[in-house]
Write a new protein. Structure first.
Length: 87
């Protein structure tokens, strides 16, 4: 019989917390960057600009209004990127 030993020291492994689209919007309104796991890229994220929900792509200086699709609304793969937006 194998005994499982757990350490009292917390793991430093990053745990991704996925959320729904409404939860992601709340985080965006707090000033956080939010992305989708399927985008597989922290350089693509959502933010609010001039009262519109916009998407940012690395290297693109213009904000683009996000056209939300049903798959985005129903998706449970939204996650916060660690750094906040500083405007």
């Amino acid at each position: 019989m194998t005994k499982t030993v757990t350490s009292p020291i917390p793991s430093k492994k990053k745990v991704e917390r996925f959320m729904s689209f409404p939860e992601a919007l709340i985080e965006v309104m707090k000033g956080k960057r939010v992305t989708k796991k399927e985008w597989d890229n922290s350089d693509t994220y959502l933010h609010i600009q001039e009262q519109f929900l916009c998407i940012h792509h690395k290297g693109d200086d213009q904000a683009h209004a996000l056209l939300v699709k049903e798959v985005d609304l129903r998706g449970m793969d939204w996650m916060v990127i660690n750094e906040k937006i500083t405007n």
